[in-house]
Design a protein. Structure first.
Lengths: 252, 252
DNA sequence: TCTCATTTGCGTACATGGTACCTGAATGGC
DNA sequence: GCCATTCAGGTACCATGTACGCAAATGAGA
């Protein structure tokens, strides 16, 4: 009776272990979510179908709908479960740059451990508690500097944008290869390679050519590349801070 | 016989109007792509199914496979068709900031006209000719300043990251509402609203609360918000430029 | 003009997906 | 021990991408 009005998954708490009548639940949201995450980690989100998850739990697909209204809501739960792995200090330490670098490393590690995470996260507006927690931490580092909330939000967005796209780049073609069923080496060599070679040889895009042929960073280890990009973003943020609105203390 | 080895769509040119024997093609890749784009614009990518596109063209679903190997390749074609609408000058004008602002406005306009574009673009590695053209233009504005190709690529990525996430934010919940079948107002008020209200009232995330309650930019027109963010990114880029590697001219 | 190899049009069919619905089994309060 | 309530999960429906196969069209060579 209460599920006529569709609302956010976070507003529909899981059935409790109440003392009323009725059969006791044999599974739980967390158990289902954990299973979905495990499958998605190993074989991609598209493998985490309702039937497959249920099968892994030894039950039928429709049983899951007692715990999760729609598959999309399960995605939200998966995102939040993954984000719960991002461990952070209780609050900013006073070294905003160090705090944000820590945040960045943790998010990258989580994003690599769950290659589907960033794709899901950026494909829909979702606001699970753990995402809020991480967001709050990032806002905190700027608040400590006395920045306006709008400016803080903007800078956090800037950092997030970098994180998401850098992680995606790092995973990108690996995931694409898996999706198309080719092994990554073959995909790069036989699928994308010939096209890039043709573009390069056409000479139509000389700067793109240079970015392919003359790049120094292309041969760096992924961590190094990530750190370079991160340093640049943090430099940009550092450069921006003094020019932003005066801190609250000075404004009154 | 030639389609055993899977390769990029851009490497498999459309059957030409050759003079050999055989029935003449009744459709074309462009015609199919255009139809797909029209449907996706009006009802979302998920509505642009093979059957639907074919139906719109007055034929059967399987006919499309004479022109496009897989649905994913059709997505690549759609992306590139949309990107072809981004009109740009032949080369940089000397005012890099103006050039990039123009680029940003054009991409935003295109992204709003095709609400599925950014989502597809960021969900997979794709490199159509028109995407390359736009990318080349962006690289050109930095090359003109004498920047190293790796640094130029990094700055272009920074701008792109902002564009993608800003456009996505602007479209975001509108698309989500459409996907779930609710009308946008209801979605905001009945679906997301109650949850955000609960989070706010819990007081667990004070800075998030301020970003919701005390925000000044939240009431701005979308264009204004976009321009604010764009100005900030361009400021950041401007601040970064002097600190980057010395221009090629000085390096020898 | 008559083959005939070649290429397109497209109906049929299959596997796989989300999920609505329904029946039966479990459970605890009265 | 009855009964309202809740969960388990089978069956079923519809939509999707696409493999396969055959008929229709087409133009070159005879």
């Amino acid at each position: 009776m209460a599920d006529e009005e569709p609302t956010s998954i976070w507003m529909q708490p899981e059935r409790q272990e109440r003392s009323g009548p009725g059969r006791r639940p044999g599974y739980s949201r967390e158990q289902i979510t954990r299973t979905a995450v495990r499958i998605a980690d190993a074989e991609g989100v598209e493998a985490a179908t309702m039937r497959r998850i249920a099968g892994e739990l030894g039950t039928g697909a429709m049983s899951l709908y007692r715990y999760v209204p729609r598959r999309d809501d399960l995605f939200d739960l998966m995102i939040d479960l993954a984000m719960s792995e991002v461990e952070l200090p209780d609050g900013p330490s006073g070294d905003w740059r160090g705090d944000l670098a820590l945040l960045a490393r943790r998010i990258r590690a989580t994003g690599l451990r769950h290659p589907w995470l960033i794709a899901l996260l950026t494909s829909r507006p979702t606001l699970g508690p753990h995402l809020l927690r991480v967001h709050e931490f990032a806002l905190g580092t700027f608040d400590e500097l006395g920045l306006d909330i709008d400016d803080s939000t903007g800078l956090v967005a800037m950092l997030n944008d970098y994180l998401h796209s850098a992680i995606r780049r790092e995973i990108g073609w690996l995931e694409e290869a898996r999706r198309t069923g080719l092994d990554p080496e073959r995909w790069k060599r036989d699928y994308m390679g010939p096209y890039v070679r043709q573009v390069v040889e056409s000479g139509a895009f000389p700067l793109f050519n240079r970015s392919v042929l003359d790049s120094r960073t292309a041969h760096l280890a992924p961590e190094e590349r990530f750190r370079h990009g991160l340093d640049r973003i943090l430099d940009a943020i550092a450069a921006l801070i003094p020019s932003l609105r005066p801190p609250r203390a000075e404004r009154r």
